[in-house]
Design a protein around this ligand. Structure first.
Ligand code: GAL
Length: 368
């Protein structure tokens, strides 16, 4: 045994020096946001929280996301959806007070080995988002719950007494069954080919989704509906566990996915993507005085090189930085469709030109 190996932890003794330094480097907590690089958690493992969302609760940020590990993907099984199949492993949760050092809290909604369950590894669980209900004091998770061929197109809801779980799964459903949207037209109702009328009885489709809590405590679901062509905004019940049946159709026929919603200066904003599966496309943004609309499109918020593909990413959440009235972070995924676990994170500060949100590429920056 040489002098160096005498002081090394057992697992390191067989490593050549170069590999050892690479390991130590990977274990270092982040000191800045470096979009597109490997982001280690406080144990030095790559953060596994894709299509994620953030909750700020009692001084701590909680980052929830899709776990994409091990055999969670099988190339070519489902070609029409990008050649990649994604299996459910669960939802990860990480915590941080500075947005840089992320402690793994664990898998807060693990997969269930029952083919009848939405949480069975053969199903799809995407874009988990958690909101806190101040009335019930429960943490409520919403996600896109689907069948392998994405035909079920529903929402899954889970609940927990603590932000770091474990969440109890309540089930999935199609929102707004048997009701028309507040802005329905007579033609919409009668059009035999319209997905809105087609899904009236069984409930409206909900694929890519997010949930948003307004200043008055009211919750809303934003979901890509009607075969992804039109977004629906649905009011949540007071306990955030269901939709109330009040909903609106927005951006009709615009094929918007990956909704991220935030409020600034009394106005509502959305940043979303187009609809090209795992491949990146140009983001869109829009603003509204009322959450029910009308929503005014403001175009692609990205500027500069690769703006047309959102700097090779797809949005997932906009984080209002705690205690900073006008600081927002755009969180996105740089999907690697051939190796989904190696998908990276892109976080960028949002600037504003008048009311228009603007994103510029920044390879390294500090969230402070
Ligand atoms: C994307 C969507 C992802 C995932 C993927 C599957 O458009 O935003 O969450 O569903 O398609 O191909």
């Amino acid at each position: 045994m040489n002098l160096l190996s005498a002081f090394l932890p057992v697992g390191c003794r067989v490593l050549p020096l170069a590999a050892l330094f690479a390991t130590l480097h990977a274990a270092e907590p982040m000191t800045s946001i470096r979009s597109g690089e490997v982001w280690p958690d406080t144990e030095g493992k790559m953060i596994d929280a894709h299509g994620g969302g953030m909750l700020f609760h009692e001084g701590t940020y909680y980052w929830y996301g899709e776990i994409k590990q091990g055999k969670t993907y099988l190339p070519d099984v489902n070609k029409s959806w990008g050649g990649t199949r994604v299996d459910v492993t669960g939802v990860s949760c990480y915590s941080s007070t500075d947005l840089l050092k992320w402690k793994k809290e664990g898998n807060v909604l693990p997969a269930v080995n029952d083919p009848a369950s939405d949480l069975h590894p053969g199903k799809v669980l995407e874009r988990p988002k958690v909101i806190y209900n101040a009335k019930t004091k429960k943490f409520v998770m919403w996600f896109h719950a689907d069948s392998l061929n994405y035909a079920a197109a529903g929402c899954g809801v889970a609940v927990s007494d603590t932000p770091n779980g474990t969440f109890k799964y309540l089930g999935s459903f199609r929102p707004d069954k048997g009701v028309w949207p507040v802005n329905v037209t007579e033609e919409d109702k009668k059009d035999p080919k319209s997905p809105l009328a087609r899904d009236f009885e069984k409930g409206q489709m909900a694929r890519d989704l997010t949930v948003f809590v307004d200043d008055d405590g009211k919750g809303y679901l934003f979901a890509a509906s009607e075969d992804n062509a039109t977004m629906h905004i649905s009011e949540l019940s007071d306990d955030y566990l269901k939709t109330t049946g009040k909903f609106a159709r927005v951006f009709p026929g615009r094929l918007m996915e990956a909704p991220a919603v935030f409020k600034r200066g009394g106005k509502y904003y959305i940043i979303a993507s187009g609809c090209t599966a795992w491949a990146p496309n140009a983001a869109r943004s829009a603003v509204a005085d009322s959450i029910w609309g009308p929503w005014k499109e403001l175009g692609n918020p990205c500027q500069g090189e690769k703006a047309d593909i959102t700097f090779q990413s797809q949005g997932t959440y906009v984080l209002p930085v705690a205690g900073k009235a006008d600081k927002f972070i755009f969180m996105a995924d740089r999907w690697n469709k051939d190796n989904l676990p190696d998908s990276r994170y892109i976080w960028l500060p949002i600037g504003f030109e008048g009311e228009k949100p603007v994103l510029h590429w920044m390879g390294e920056w500090s969230p402070k």
